[in-house]
Design a protein around this ligand. Structure first.
Ligand SMILES: [Zn+2]
Ligand SMILES: [Zn+2]
Length: 361
């Protein structure tokens, strides 16, 4: 018997067996005064899960249960918890802790804290216990990273907002997406579809940039005002110097990727913000590429608690619907689903559901 409380979850045991999930018991951190114990109801499948279990983002602590788009019920709250009530329907995203005392944490930038702990694959500093994600029966998280879900959003549609949604929402609001602004979203996958939904909800003119026209109808159905396919000759010619903001969700900057063609779309001091995190580091940037319009290049990591609550409220108020395919949770289905996501065979997010059939009601 372990001296720690244990949960049960579907773990991957090594990168060479990344499509094989095994239902194991694992230790969880001791229950702290600010902790919330969540009985998981469903969990979105994020590209980060694939980058992690395949070893694409480097060495990991196996065996590991991934999944960080968690929705469930708060079944126990610590004595000092004030943000969450027992019995509430809540979400947990990709981050589970930060110091809450540093400069970043005190300014709504807790996702940039140097001591942050990821929801899976990180180590709780005091115990050495590895954090385990949402393909599990429960998760135990500090209240600051547990978010009440508005009644208007069904659980399976709320789940992918907890990582993909907030990852897209934060750079939009931080970079002024709104009425009178023109925003481009590069790549229409899980992240990109949220970037379109939220950019439109915020009132920005919203365009999608993709390789081909294959996703144009979907982009328009999500509300996009326009669509550019980089395979077309002179694809950017009619839009030079017109965009205020480009959100790049591209997961790889593969062969033939020409950043300068995208940057040329930006108005003077317009911004390119990356939220996709390619495994390779082959993006070549020359200062000369930035001179024509004095554009700025950056990146963005998740979003603060305040932004998460705002995003969920916006989604509830505007009736924003994530495009989700639900999959009943099982070891076999997880294996199939991560392969489908790896092959980008998804429109536009998977949510694993039916947890009660696996872990009991
Ligand atoms: Zn901090
Ligand atoms: Zn994620």
């Amino acid at each position: 018997m372990s001296k720690y409380d244990q949960y049960e979850g579907f773990q991957v045991e090594s990168p060479t067996t990344w499509t094989t999930f095994k239902k194991n018991k694992f230790d969880t951190k001791p229950f702290g005064d600010h902790d919330v114990e969540v009985k998981i109801e469903c969990c979105g499948v994020c590209a980060s899960d694939i980058h992690t279990i395949t070893g694409g983002w480097g060495d990991q602590k196996f065996p590991l249960a991934v999944g960080h788009e968690i929705v469930g019920k708060a079944i126990r709250v610590g004595p000092k918890v004030t943000l969450i009530k027992e019995g509430e329907r809540v979400g947990v995203g990709a981050q589970s802790w930060s110091c809450l005392e540093c400069r970043q944490c005190k300014h709504d930038n807790e996702t940039y804290c140097t001591q942050q702990v990821d929801t899976y694959g990180a180590v709780w500093p005091d115990t050495g216990i590895v954090t385990q994600g949402g393909y599990s029966s429960h998760v135990r998280t500090h209240e600051h990273w547990v978010f009440p879900i508005p009644d208007a959003i069904p659980s399976h549609l709320a789940a992918p907002m907890l990582c993909a949604g907030i990852t897209s929402y934060s750079p939009l609001v931080r970079n002024g997406a709104g009425p009178g602004k023109k925003v481009a979203v590069v790549g229409l996958g899980g992240l990109g579809h949220f970037a379109v939904l939220f950019a439109k909800a915020l009132g920005a003119e919203t365009w999608v940039i993709s390789r081909s026209h294959s996703k144009e109808a979907d982009a328009k159905a999500m509300g996009a005002d326009g669509f550019l396919a980089t395979a077309d000759a002179d694809w950017n010619k009619d839009h030079l110097y017109t965009f205020d903001l480009i959100i790049s969700t591209a997961n790889n900057f593969g062969e033939g990727f020409d950043l300068s063609g995208y940057l040329a779309l930006l108005d003077v001091h317009g911004r390119w913000v990356s939220v996709g995190l390619p495994e390779e580091a082959d993006l070549v940037i020359k200062p000369q590429d930035l001179l024509g319009n004095g554009c700025l290049i950056g990146a963005s990591h998740l979003g603060s608690r305040r932004e998460m609550l705002e995003m969920l409220q916006l989604a509830a108020d505007k009736g924003i619907k994530s495009w989700v395919e639900t999959v009943p949770l099982s070891a076999e289905n997880l294996g199939k689903t991560v392969q489908r996501l790896r092959n980008t065979d998804v429109k536009y997010r998977f949510t694993m559901v039916d947890y009660d059939k696996v872990f009991g009601a």
